[in-house]
Design a binder for this molecule. Structure first.
Ligand SMILES: Nc1ncnc2c1ncn2[C@@H]1O[C@H](COP(=O)(O)OP(=O)(O)OP(=O)(O)O)[C@@H](O)[C@H]1O
Ligand SMILES: [Mg+2]
Length: 481
């Protein structure tokens, strides 16, 4: 019988045809398979390098692959944070003519980390809070779009660094469904599944001694649910006030913007005698600041990174004393005179460690930190050099976070469940967070103990407050514009 390989894809990608579809994914040669970390999964998932890109390939039944492909495409269309689907390959047979499962091909999400990769020797419970926050924002975004996930978990989510926080992306849409309007029952179901899965995943980290044994996993699961509901209520609640408090409409919109969400339309209704007004905002999507920075600079960055960059542009405006100059002009000058020179000062071979916007954020934090230590304003060039030598060099590459030597770190899943995940290969290493800060030449300016903030999960985020430091520029909140 004649067998034909079928490729369902949005665009023709000839390189896909060159992959060894006649072999089961588990037998693909090391010459094309990349050892990248990945989450826990029932199916075989492997990463391959094709034409300089990295693709994630999941072997799975054809109907499920087609469904997941369709879901991911819908989510992309809706601008939801998720992995990009490329194709479904079906009609596969092996060399003996035996049928093989279909394959779902997605683009590897650059700089993404599965949650397990964030836990090593230096894990901090604060990291979990950040992951939980990111996942609750993702859930709210998906629910606002009418997406029911059905299988929410940390393993089905990827995380990217976002200026001291994390941004979460959906990676597994197998059980997803899209509705015009999601019922409260469906939303609650998702939250309940998430809560149960989070608790299970954290207990699993505990079993592997990656979290302290007295860590309260149930409390974290409950706090996820709380965070989700608080945010959902903030975004969708109707608010009511008296007619002489109209400014509260503006205030409500600003509050939603500050949460990072964009308001599409707002319905205002008055009661019969016009004494009270009710306001019902319709939130369109997150990404308020990232859209703004995109307009100003053309850069596509995460929400908190965007907030940070906009703050820096504001400060640049103040420092250069140009209050009346349009923000687009200031932003252009800032790109040329501040952002680009800072990024260009980072050696090219270290550029794969962090995304440029994340690099910039961490350099700013570092400058603040060392300025405070030194009691004087450290110039940017000096801060970059110190950051590169003391922090960046010691961090792992996160663009496509590779094992120590290509091919020798792989994560295998045995049927006994999550805790059975073990890195294979002689030099497999435990991914660890951040790198402790060591002052230049080991001679610290004040004492030789590493400031605890510098082992943070964002790879050295010391400053989170808004107060100006001695000389340095403290991270500050968006001051409007
Ligand atoms: N495009 C991608 N970019 C980065 N990592 C990916 C990508 N696709 C898959 N992964 C990694 O592979 C892991 C497994 O993928 P996925 O969850 O889709 O598999 P699964 O077998 O369907 O999972 P489940 O057991 O939940 O059904 C993910 O947790 C993620 O770490
Ligand atoms: Mg999964």
């Amino acid at each position: 019988m004649e067998h034909a390989l079928r490729i369902m894809a949005a665009r023709a990608d000839g390189a896909l045809l060159d992959l060894p579809w006649r072999a089961p994914l588990s037998e693909w040669p090391d010459s094309i398979v990349e050892a990248l970390p990945r989450g826990i999964s029932r199916h075989i998932v492997r990463f391959v390098r094709v034409d300089g890109r990295i693709l994630a390939i999941k072997e799975i039944g054809q109907p499920v692959a087609a469904h997941e492909y369709g879901m991911l495409r819908d989510l992309m269309r809706l601008n939801a944070p998720c992995v990009e689907p490329l194709a479904v390959i079906s009609g596969r047979v092996d060399s003996r003519g035996e049928p093989l499962n279909a394959a779902l091909v997605t683009e590897h999400l650059p700089y993404s980390l599965p949650y397990r990769a964030l836990f090593g020797k230096h894990q901090r419970p604060a990291t979990i809070r950040r992951l939980i926050d990111a996942l609750s924002v993702l859930m709210v975004r998906l629910h606002l779009l009418g997406f029911f996930w059905g299988d929410v978990s940390l393993s089905n989510t990827l995380f990217r660094r976002d200026a001291g926080e994390f941004a979460a992306y959906l990676v597994d849409a197998e059980t997803g469904e899209l509705y015009d309007h999601l019922t409260d029952g469906k939303r609650e179901y998702d939250i309940d599944v998430a809560r149960t899965n989070i608790i299970g995943e954290l207990m699993d980290l505990q079993a592997g001694r990656l979290l302290p044994s007295d860590y309260d996993t149930i409390e974290v699961g409950n706090s996820f649910s709380q965070r989700y509901h608080d945010l959902w209520d903030d975004l969708t609640m109707e608010s009511s006030f008296s007619a002489d408090e109209r400014w509260k409409v503006e205030e409500r919109i600003e509050r939603l913007n500050n949460l990072g969400f964009e308001v599409g339309e707002i319905t205002i209704s008055a009661d019969l005698n016009g004494a009270r007004l009710s306001v019902q905002p319709k939130v369109v999507d997150a990404g308020h600041y990232s859209r703004k920075i995109m307009r100003l600079t053309g850069m596509d960055v995460q929400e908190n990174q965007a907030r940070r960059l906009i703050n820096d542009i504001q400060q640049y405006r103040v420092m250069t004393d140009r209050a009346a100059v349009p923000q687009t002009v200031i932003a252009h000058d800032w790109m040329t005179h501040v952002f680009q020179p800072t990024i260009n000062a980072v050696p090219a071979e270290l550029m794969g460690k962090l995304e440029p916007a994340e690099l910039f954020h961490q350099i700013l934090d570092h400058r603040w930190f060392i300025s405070e230590q030194a009691g004087r304003d450290i110039p940017t060039e000096e801060a970059v050099a110190s950051f590169v030598e003391n922090i960046l060099r010691h961090q792992r590459d996160e663009r496509s976070f590779l094992g120590p030597t290509s091919g020798d770190t792989d994560y295998v899943v045995t049927p006994t469940g999550p805790s059975a995940i073990t890195p294979t290969g002689a030099s497999a290493r435990t991914p660890s967070e951040g790198t402790a800060f060591t002052p230049p030449g080991g001679t610290p300016s004040s004492g030789n103990t590493a400031p605890s903030g510098m082992t943070a999960d964002s790879g050295g985020t010391a400053a989170t407050g808004n107060t100006a430091s001695t000389g340095g520029t403290a991270p500050s909140a968006e001051s409007g514009s």
